[in-house]
Structure formats: C-alpha cells, structure tokens
Design a protein around this ligand. Structure first.
Ligand code: ATR
Length: 306
C-alpha cells in the first residue's frame, strides 16, 4: 500500500479541463473527497484552449484516467466528442463529467478502474451532466424550497441561466420570470422552454407579483464594485423570500449582503459546485461522496484565495 499522500505507480488520475482554469476550486474539493474515501486517486487541473479538447480527451483515455470534469468553454462541444451520452447529458445538452470505460471479460462496459485493460483496447468516453441537478439540490437543501410549484425570478440568460431555466421548467416551477440585460437572449431561452417543456410557464421581464425565489445566474458579483444583477427599483428584494446567488467567490456577494439586510434567506453558489462535484465522484467511484469533507475543503480553498 502507498502511504496515502504519496503519488505512486498505482495512482490513478482525474482532472478538470477548462480555459481559464487557474482559480478552479475542484482540485481542492475532489482531492479531499478521494482521500476521505481512501482512494489512491489524484485530481489535476489543465488549462486547455477549446481546440485542444479532443486530443486531451483521447490522451486521458489512453492513460487510463478515471475521468475528467469539463468547465467553460468545453461543456457544449464535448457532447459531440463522447462515445456514449448519459440521459442527463442528452437532456441538458452539455457534458461536465466524463467517465472512461472499457469492456470487461464478459464484454460489458465498466469504469476503467475496474478493468485490466490490454494494449490497444478501446476506452470509451461516457458523458454525464451533474450541473443541472446540483442547482436543484442546493436550492432544495440549503434554502428549504422545493422547486415544484415555486414562483422564481431568474436573472441571467447566458449558459448558466439557460441551464437553470430549463431545470426549473423540468421541476415544474409554477412560473419562471426571465430577466436579462439582453432581452433577446431571455426570449430565446423562453422559446426553447416552450418547445421542450410544453405547459411550463415562463415570462420575460420582471414579475408582477411576489416570488418565492430569485436566482442570480449573471456573472455580476464576481468582481468587487460590480452593480447588483438587476434593477432594484424595478423589482425590490422585499418581494422575494429567498435568494440563490450562483456566485460563490466572494462568499458574500453584494447581492447576498443586500438580500440579508432585507430579511431574505440567501445562500451563495458553493452548494452547486459541491453537489455537481459530489455526483461526479459518485459516478467515477460508485461510492457515496463524502459531502461534508468536500464542503469543508471548498470553503477552506475559497477563504484562502479571497
Ligand atoms: P455563464 O456561462 O456564466 O452564464 P455567460 O453565458 O457569458 O456566462 O452569461 C453571463 C450572464 O451575465 C448573461 O446573462 C449576461 O447578460 P447578457 O446576456 O446581456 O450579456 C450577464 N451579464 C454579464 N455582465 C453584465 C452586466 N454588466 N450587466 C448585466 N448583465 C450582465
């Protein structure tokens, strides 16, 4: 047995590919989780421009990596590069978790960690999406709000906003109001929801009623000095009970501070990051992820870089 903090010949690898990836909290979270599970695995980070995704996936497969996570800008184009797509990746149209698999002696596809592979043996990339469910889990667990039947205002209609809007529609939220600086993007998200989830109610623009939850899916709040993500004159915070800010660094954004001042229950996006990572580790290892350990590692990492 290797002492657990020493990399040895038997050590196996996972990684995140992103561009940029420098400030990723995933290595801290996953290495803590892998250690807690007693796995001789390590989690690395690689800064890869989009054009290098394909060879980098092939390289990881050839080196029998356990799996990789993909972050901006790779999640959408990865869909085309997978050998197999899980239902989650098909539903959300994006891949953030890849598990490498090979056939065992009976011919069944198994995670590479469980198969003694031969030279030249096909290793396939199996794509999953653990992001969308992580948002739902974080809101339900950390804000105590079931999405089904909820009235939600969603600020932001970029990549993160679109995924959140689709997930809310899938969860049968009562109504989702889509607010975005560029109105045409909110309208495009609304059109996609109408096509994919007939019966889901979405409205573009500010709500004309109180809501249960406001989600910030814009990038505003990441930088100090950023304005709040929507016009508080048009829709004040007192009109919602709860706020979910996808921003997790800084841990307390201007929005979270303002929401708490108004008496709202408000949490940051750390839970989303945590639950997507926990699910990825479960997909790779087949074991229950040590969520508490991973959360602590994330919080420590974020404090250390703030
Ligand atoms: P992500 O993948 O994180 O969602 P994105 O696709 O670039 O990133 O989306 C960023 C979101 O933040 C968008 O909703 C964007 O609004 P636009 O669609 O109008 O660009 C929003 N955003 C970024 N900067 C903003 C600003 N200064 N004011 C208002 N909204 C902003």
């Amino acid at each position: 047995m290797q002492p657990r903090d020493t990399i040895g010949a038997g050590t196996r690898y996972c990684a995140v590919y992103g561009h940029p990836v420098r400030h990723s909290a995933s290595p801290a979270m996953h290495n803590a989780g892998m250690r807690a599970l007693g796995l001789d695995w390590r989690y690395l980070a690689f800064d890869l421009p989009p054009g290098d995704l394909k060879p980098a996936l092939a390289g990881a497969a050839a080196m029998r990596f356990i799996g990789v996570n993909l972050t901006v800008p790779h999640k959408l184009m990865a869909v085309e590069l997978m050998d197999e797509l899980d239902e989650s990746a098909r539903t959300w149209g994006a891949v953030n978790t890849v598990r490498f698999e090979a056939r065992d002696e009976s011919g069944a596809w198994k995670p590479v960690a469980e198969v003694a592979t031969r030279e030249g043996q096909k290793v396939r990339a199996h794509g999953f999406n653990t992001d969308a469910d992580a948002l739902a889990r974080a809101i339900e667990e950390e804000l105590g709000l079931p999405l089904e039947g909820a009235k939600v205002m969603l600020a932001g209609a970029g990549g993160a906003g679109r995924a959140a809007a689709l997930r809310l529609a899938a969860a049968k939220a009562e109504c989702v109001w889509l607010v975005n600086r560029t109105a045409s993007k909110a309208a495009a998200v609304q059109a996609e929801i109408e096509q994919r989830f007939p019966g889901a109610r979405t409205v573009t623009g500010y709500p004309d009623t109180n809501v249960d939850l406001i989600i910030n899916a814009t990038s505003l709040g990441l930088k100090s000095g950023d304005p709040l993500p929507w016009d508080m004159e048009k829709y004040p915070l007192r009109r919602t009970a709860k706020v979910y800010d996808m921003v997790y660094r800084p841990a307390e954004s201007g929005l979270i501070r303002a929401a708490r001042r108004e008496g709202c229950k408000a949490v940051n996006g750390l839970g989303m990051l945590l639950y997507q990572g926990a699910k990825a580790l479960e997909i790779w290892s087949g074991r229950t992820a040590p969520v508490k350990v991973m959360r602590r590692a994330l919080e420590d990492f974020i404090r250390s870089v703030e």
